[in-house]
Design a protein around this ligand. Structure first.
Ligand code: IVH
Length: 672
C-alpha cells in the first residue's frame, strides 16, 4: 500500500469503527486496537502533511485554540414546536391534521411518526457533497453560532456521508445531548472543584457546545441524535424513510422512532414511553409527533413559530413529598457554606433521595422552609433533586423557620456575606479544619496531584493526627510515620508514598490547580499555567497583567494576587519547590509568552512540515500576535505552508501582503 492508500484505508476503517461504537453501540475491535490505528494514522499524516484532510478522524480530538463564534444565518429558519402536557390535546392535534388533509390515506389515518423529544440543544448540520461543512446552533431561529469545530469532536456525527443517494446539498437537524453518564461524571468533577453544577444535561450540553476549547468539548462526551432532514432531492417522500436512510449514512437515529397508524397507536406510544424513557441513556423531556408524509407537511405548513405538522407532548416532572429531618450547613474548601436539606428517604425516578442542596440563604428564605416541613422534591430533567416547594398545610404548629447559621458550623468563626452574591463564607480560610481537609482532598484528587491511596477519610485522618496540616506536608511523610502516627497499614502507607513520589512529575498546570486558589478551577488553572509559564512569573503578576490573559476576569485576578501575597501560601510554594514539585511548564511544550509578534495579524494557510497549524496558531498567540482567517490590508503577513490556496496567494499579492514560508517564520521567531 502507498502511504496515500494506507491513509485512506485507516480513515475509512476508523470512521467505520467510530460508527460501530458511537452510533450502533456494537464495537468490533478493542479500544486499544482503535487507538493503535489512530496513532498510525496520526503518524502517517504527520509524515505526509500534503495528504491532510480537515475531516480526518484524527481531527476529532479538538484543539486548544480559543476562538469566539461567528454568527451565521440559517438557510431555513429553525422553528420550535407547539407543546402540550396532555394526551387529549395530542389526539386533537392529530384529528385537526386529518381534517385539514382531507382525503384519507392509510386506512383512515394520516400516518404519524412518534419519536423522543431529546432534552439537549438543537443543531443544524450542513453537508455539501456529503462532507460536513458547517454546524450551527439554533440561536434565535434565524441565525445561530457557528460551532463546527466543537461539533466535529462528536463522534456520532459523521463527517463524511457514505452512500449513492446523498443529496449534494443537505441539512440535517438534530439534538446534541450529554448522556446521563457523562453528565454525572462532569458534575462530580465540578462538585469536587467547587464549580457551579449544571442543573440538567440540557444546560450542560448547551454550555459544552459553546466552550472555547474544543479539546475540552471532546473530553466531555457529547452525543447527537438526528430527527429531521431538509434539502432538495431527498431520498424519500416521507420523514420516517428519510430517517432510516440517514441511519444508513451513519447518523444516529433513535430506535424509539415509530410509525403510528391510529389514535390508539398514538396513545399507546405515549403510555409506553411515559415510563420506558427512564431507561434511556439520555435525558428526554417528552415525545414529538410528526405527520409522516413530506407533501402533507408542506400542505399543513407552519405558523411564524412552529410547524402545524408536528406537536410536542411533554412529560410531567416527577415529584415526591417527604419530611425535612434537618438542614445541615456544609463548609466547602473555599469556605462557602451550603445549606442541605436532609430528608426522610423517598423514592423518586428510580433513586432514593435523602439529601437535596438548598444552595444558599435566598433559596431557603424564598421557599420559606420551617423545621420538619413536608417538602416537594422534583427530579424532572434534573438529575440533582431539587426542593420546589413546601406543603404548608402539613406544617406542625409552632414550627420555627429554618435560620441560616451565623457562625461557621466547623470552627465557629462569624460568617461573612460574599459581596454581590447570595452566599455566606467562613473567612477563617487557613484555620478552619473543614476547609483545610477539603483542600487536602482536592490536592490528592485525580485531576490535581493524583496521590493514590488517600481518600476522603484518610485525608481527614492525616489532618487530625497532625501529619498533614497543609499540602506541603505530604512531602515530609514517611511510611513509618504514616504507620505509627496515622495507624495505617503498611500497604496503604506504601501506596501513599508511591503516590507522593509520582506527584513530583505532575505537570505545572495541574500543580496550579491543586493549590486551591479561589475561583481557579481546572480550566482557569491550565490557562494561567500555560500562558504564564512558571510560578515565579505567576507570583509576581499584577491584577492588570493577569486580566490581560484570556478568560481571566477581575475577580480571578484579585484572588490570584491575594493568594500569592500571603506568607502561608508563599511558604507552601517554597516547600513544594524544594520537594521537587514541577514549578514551570516543560520547555518544549508550552513556553512562556513573549511579545515578539505583538501587534501582528497573521493568516495561516496550507499544511506544514515541522508543526501543526494548531501549534503555529498557539505560538503566534503566545508571542502576542493575532490569528486571522482572511487576508486584508491589515494582515501583517501570511504564513504559507504547502498547498496554500491560489485564491489566497493572489489576494496577498494584490494587497502587497508578504507571504513567508515555514522556515522563514521559524527563523523570524528564533526557532531555527
Ligand atoms: S423537530 C420544525 N424532533 O425540541 C421541527 N425537535 O421545542 C423542529 N427536539 O428546537 C423540531 N427532540 O431542539 C424535533 N425528535 C425531535 C426533537 C426535537 C428534541 C427539540 C429541538 C427543538 C425543540 C422544539
Amino acid at each position: 500500500m502507498t502511504p496515500s492508500e494506507e491513509i485512506k484505508y485507516l480513515r475509512d476503517e476508523l470512521n467505520r469503527h467510530n460508527r460501530l461504537y458511537y452510533v450502533e453501540a456494537m464495537p468490533e475491535i478493542s479500544d486499544m486496537e482503535y487507538d493503535m490505528m489512530l496513532k498510525r494514522l496520526e503518524a502517517l499524516e504527520k509524515e505526509h502533511p500534503e495528504l491532510d484532510d480537515p475531516l480526518s478522524p484524527t481531527h476529532r480530538v479538538g484543539s486548544d485554540i480559543n476562538k469566539s463564534f461567528t454568527q451565521v444565518s440559517h438557510e431555513r429558519p429553525m422553528l420550535s414546536l407547539a407543546n402540550t402536557y396532555n394526551i387529549e390535546e395530542v389526539d386533537d392535534w392529530a384529528a385537526r391534521c386529518n381534517d385539514a388533509l382531507g382525503t384519507v390515506t392509510d386506512g383512515g389515518f394520516h400516518t404519524v411518526v412518534g419519536e423522543m423529544k431529546f432534552d439537549g440543544t438543537s443543531i443544524s448540520l450542513i453537508y455539501k457533497n456529503g462532507r460536513l461543512v458547517r454546524a450551527v446552533t439554533r440561536g434565535d431561529g434565524e441565525k445561530g453560532d457557528d460551532v463546527t469545530a466543537n461539533v466535529m469532536t462528536i463522534k456520532s456525527i459523521p463527517l463524511e456521508l457514505k452512500g449513492d443517494d446523498v443529496p449534494a446539498d443537505l441539512e440535517m437537524r438534530g439534538e446534541i445531548v450529554l448522556p446521563w453518564k457523562a453528565f454525572d461524571r462532569l458534575n462530580e468533577q465540578r462538585a469536587f472543584n467547587e464549580e457551579p453544577l449544571f442543573a440538567n444535561p440540557r444546560n450542560a450540553a448547551a454550555g459544552t457546545l459553546k466552550l472555547q476549547n474544543s479539546a475540552e468539548v471532546a473530553r466531555r462526551g457529547l452525543d447527537a441524535y438526528i430527527y429531521y432532514m431538509l434539502g432538495d432531492n431527498l431520498p424519500a417522500d416521507n420523514h420516517y424513510d428519510n430517517m432510516m436512510v440517514a441511519r444508513s449514512w451513519g447518523f444516529k437515529v433513535s430506535d424509539a422512532m415509530k410509525r403510528l397508524h391510529s389514535l390508539k397507536e398514538v396513545d399507546d406510544y405515549i403510555n409506553y414511553w411515559d415510563t420506558a424513557r427512564k431507561e434511556l441513556p439520555v435525558a428526554t423531556d417528552g415525545l414529538v409527533f410528526k405527520i409522516n408524509s413530506l407533501k402533507e407537511q408542506l400542505n399543513l405548513g407552519s405558523t411564524a413559530k412552529s410547524p402545524r405538522w408536528a406537536i410536542a407532548y411533554k412529560f410531567k416532572a416527577e415529584r415526591a413529598l417527604t419530611r425535612l429531618r434537618f438542614v445541615s450547613f456544609e463548609v466547602g474548601r473555599m469556605g462557602i457554606i451550603t445549606p442541605v436539606a436532609n430528608l426522610e428517604p423517598v423514592l423518586l425516578s428510580g433513586t432514593i433521595v435523602k439529601r437535596a442542596s438548598l444552595h444558599n440563604e435566598d433559596i431557603v428564605r424564598t421557599l420559606d422552609i420551617h423545621e420538619h416541613d413536608m417538602l416537594y422534591v422534583e427530579k424532572g430533567g434534573e438529575i440533582i433533586p431539587k426542593i420546589t416547594g413546601v406543603d404548608k398545610s402539613a406544617r406542625e404548629p409552632g414550627a420555627a423557620p429554618v435560620e441560616f447559621v451565623k457562625v461557621c458550623p466547623d470552627c465557629g468563626t462569624p460568617l461573612e456575606r460574599v459581596p454581590g452574591e447570595a452566599s455566606w463564607l467562613c473567612p477563617n480560610r487557613y484555620g478552619c479544619p473543614e476547609q483545610i481537609i477539603g483542600r487536602i482532598r482536592h490536592f490528592v484528587g485525580r485531576h490535581a496531584m493524583d496521590i493514590d491511596g488517600v481518600g476522603e477519610e484518610i485525608s481527614a485522618t492525616l489532618f487530625a493526627t497532625g501529619l498533614v496540616r497543609n499540602i506541603a506536608d505530604f512531602y515530609d511523610l514517611t511510611v513509618e510515620r504514616l504507620m505509627q502516627v496515622a495507624e495505617l497499614g503498611p500497604r496503604t502507607a506504601e501506596r501513599i508514598m508511591e503516590g507522593v513520589e509520582k506527584s513530583r512529575e505532575v505537570t505545572f498546570d495541574r500543580v496550579v490547580y491543586s493549590l486551591s486558589i479561589p475561583f481557579c478551577g481546572e480550566t482557569v488553572s491550565r490557562k494561567l499555567a500555560r500562558s504564564v509559564g512558571d510560578i515565579d512569573r505567576l507570583m509576581g503578576m499584577s491584577e492588570a497583567e493577569l486580566t490581560a490573559i484570556e478568560d481571566v476576569g477581575p475577580r480571578i485576578a484579585a484572588a490570584v494576587v491575594e493568594f500569592f501575597s500571603l506568607d502561608i501560601n508563599r511558604d507552601i510554594i517554597a516547600r513544594l519547590r524544594a520537594a521537587g514539585v514541577q514549578m514551570a511548564m516543560p520547555e518544549s511544550d508550552d513556553e512562556p509568552g513573549s511579545d515578539e509578534l505583538a501587534g501582528k495579524i497573521i493568516v495561516i494557510s496550507g499544511v506544514f512540515a515541522h508543526h501543526s497549524r494548531d501549534e503555529y496558531k498557539a505560538m503566534i498567540e503566545r508571542m502576542g500576535g493575532k490569528n486571522s482567517g482572511s487576508i486584508s490590508k491589515k494582515t501583517s503577513f501570511v504564513l504559507a505552508g504547502e498547498n496554500m490556496g491560489p485564491a489566497k496567494l493572489e489576494k496577498a499579492t494584490a494587497l502587497g501582503v508578504p507571504v513567508i514560508n515555514e522556515d522563514e517564520f521559524l527563523k523570524m521567531i528564533g526557532k531555527e
